[in-house]
Design a protein around this ligand. Sequence first.
Ligand SMILES: Nc1nc2c(ncn2[C@@H]2O[C@H](COP(=O)(O)OP(=O)(O)OP(=O)(O)O)[C@@H](O)[C@H]2O)c(=O)[nH]1
Ligand SMILES: [Mg+2]
Length: 443
Amino acid sequence: MVMEKLGDSLQGALKKLIGAGRIDERTVNEVVKDIQRALLQADVNVKLVMGMSQRIKERAMKEDPPAGMNPREHVIRIVYQELMEIIGKGADIQLKPQTIMMVGLQGSGKTTSAAKLARYFQRKGLKAGVVAADTFRPGAYHQLKTLSEKLNVGFYGEEGNPDAVEITKHGLKALEKYDIKIVDTAGRHALESDLIEEMERIHAIAKPDHKFMVLDAGIGQQASQQAHAFNNSVGITGVIITKLDGTAKGGGALSAVSETKAPIAFIGVGETPEDFEKFEADRFISRLLGMGDLKSLMEKAEESLSEEDINVDALMQGRFTLKDMYKQLEAMNKMGPLKQIMSMLPMGMGGLGGMKLSDEMFQATSDKMKSYRVIMDSMTEEEMTDPKLIGASRIKRISRGSGCSPEDVRELLKYHKTMQTALKGFRGGKFNIQKMMKKKLGM
Ligand SMILES: Nc1nc2c(ncn2[C@@H]2O[C@H](COP(=O)(O)OP(=O)(O)OP(=O)(O)O)[C@@H](O)[C@H]2O)c(=O)[nH]1
Ligand SMILES: [Mg+2]
């Protein structure tokens, strides 16, 4: 998961709150101290952190919990709101025809993000293409061409032509029938005058609806300076923060950017095309806090699955038969790495009942999933609907039919039970944060 360390520390702090006998000033101070430490370690600016801590303390003590909310939930809600304050709301990205220009320093991830962005729109049903207007970096043309072929998005480039402005002009014409046109531009070590001049000339020709500055998360708090500098020269309408997967400083970049006027539009969280997300502060924070992110899980499900693939209703209602589980295993298989899915599930479910899973365990788990499916193939319809029917003799029969041991079958039944319990707990549990957020925060 992105910013796993920060997430772990924040979740640790909240667990303290949930586990505390009573919510008094001492508990709040202790929790705030933990949150402080977590944010500082993630490189969030000291002043921001101190201001936030102060506000959490004050509000937790002074404000009365809204009707129907217990003191614990009240404090969690305040923490959530204050984190939203420092991370800021994401940019408003509309799904309509538009031209986007990518700007940023060398190596920040412009070219990669241009292609990922095109794919993002394409998945939303818009025809998208990229224009290779970087004539500075050797191999830029081929890099973008290869990427766009791989991601199956449109491409325009002119190998050997040194005139980026001309290429932009031709490219936009060539991609005339495309809904989304994304212009990749060259980077420099610093914001030098020739870079500014080139950006301005491309800008004048392309008349982009959006100018996205691409920023490497590893620069931490300096993100704000860079955002300001680019904003002053060409004006930016959004920021893409890349490489959030590779740095502990992500909190610094995220909060620093949101302090500038430019909203965060997308985040890059890895090398593969899937590792790119529209930035939504509420989801991002929910996930960091371990409150789960069913919303983005659902969206992902909608994108890559047909409706009958995943039984969302059963999931939400805690009705969870082996058949549902089978469907879900299939769905997870389709949706990609289990770990990614897991990190989207709410606390308690995320680690199969609160348990933390290491990478190896995830591997083991996905192997397990495969054997579970083989076992379930040997079950009858009746058994799948009502697993309680499966006694010793049926276990024997299923194990013979599937070529797995009776222990494996028992383990599968146990796993199903754990999932079922976790889902029930999630639905009606004492600390049902997800439900609470939906109700109380109007999410
Ligand atoms: N881990 C990780 N790597 C990324 C991410 N985004 C980009 N990269 C990598 O960063 C490197 C530089 O990316 P490019 O897209 O070529 O950067 P650029 O801004 O176009 O670079 P120039 O054209 O030289 O200015 C590549 O190796 C990318 O694979 C990300 O979100 N996570
Ligand atoms: Mg590039």
